[in-house]
Write a protein of this length. Structure first.
Length: 114
């Protein structure tokens, strides 16, 4: 994967959330999934800004749903992983697994214990 094709940590969180959510992925559910699974607080603004960046990379697409079937129901902007987005997620996970393989946190000699 070329240098410009790598994803940052928050981009990785979003791609993973999209993979978990499938067709239910939109701003609020993405933010909730990130917060529930990682403990990281995410603003909706950060979610949408990052999604725009992922769209520019070709990793996601958007679609607008029909309005909810209630008075004043709103449409939702759903997010979908593209094939390139799935490849980027797979590559990021494989890279992370590789670098973390055998790492023992908090033990003397692990390079992180101080």
């Amino acid at each position: 994967m070329a240098k410009g094709d790598t994803v940052g940590d928050f981009e990785l969180y979003l791609l993973a959330a999209l993979a978990h959510l499938g067709d239910e992925a939109y701003g609020v559910t993405i933010r909730a999934t990130i917060e529930e699974r990682s403990g990281r607080i995410a603003s909706l603004g950060a979610v949408y800004t990052t999604l725009e960046r992922l769209e520019e990379k070709g990793y996601v697409t958007f679609s607008i749903s029909q309005p909810e079937a209630v008075q004043g129901g709103r449409s939702r902007k759903h997010v979908h992983l593209t094939a390139a987005g799935r490849r980027a997620l797979r590559h990021a996970v494989e890279s992370l697994n590789g670098i973390l393989s055998g790492l023992r946190l908090g033990l003397p000699g692990d390079g992180l214990h101080q």
